[in-house]
Unconditional design. Sequence first.
Length: 308
Amino acid sequence: MPINVPDDLPAVSTLESENVFVMTEKRAITQDIRPLNILIMNLMPTKVETETQILRLLSNSPLQVNILLLRAMTHESKNTPKEYLDRFYIDFDDIKDRTFDGMIITGAPVENIPFEEVDYWDELKEIMDWSVENVVSTLFICWGAQAGLYHLYGIPKYPLEEKLTGVFPITVMSNQDPLFSGFDDEYLMPHSRWTEVRAEDIRRNPHLHIMAAAQESGVSVVVSEAGQVFVTGHMEYDRKTLAYEYERDLEKGMNPTIPRNYFPDDDPRNDPIMRWRGHATLFMTNWLNYYVYQVTPYDITQIGSNKK
């Protein structure tokens, strides 16, 4: 998919080196088509890495996609320079009167904090409420998925006895949903979290449906009747993201669990093998095609009225 991003976004050079087609602003304006407008609320501290990971997965269709990066105005980033955020990110006030074809809300390293104590929680609630009427489909990832399920549907999160980390086999529970068009019965996805949502809570809500789950990692993909998609893992992770997190926690003296099914022979000295990107790319392409492109009106300003 030609993704339209600012010419000097650092992710561009990384993706181009991987032979991923990225359309910069200069070239995009020469194409007379209706692009999809996708808003990405990046809550991860590793902004550049997360941007690159998500844009990589959005790059597998002939459609043109305009990308806007959204930050939390009420949170001061400790890992990303303000100059970078000012250059590449927008605030909610800049776009709250607009409509979007799709939106992605990422995870965040705040799982052990009650939702109400996260410093940008009120702002995030406002954005999630806004998305219901102004976005065709929102994709929530990891903590973002837990936050969306909690605020929009009252689904609580529960602490785990130890961190769930590794690459787990996920079983597709409904081959009829277009999200899983072209999928095998089982696929792999990285998980990295300290909390979980539980199937019994989700099944009690008639507006939510579990589409994929696993014995080890639990609920993996949930969809709502409103077209929202909640993914409890990190399909976007790079080959070495879990290794980086493991080494980071080692340096902090946290005695972390070795990510399961990740390092060959479960030995952190071995380089991990990438085994999930094919299905991750297919999942993102299916979301864009079936949950966004096939549903969104040509006149994007009609999105709100389309949902009423």
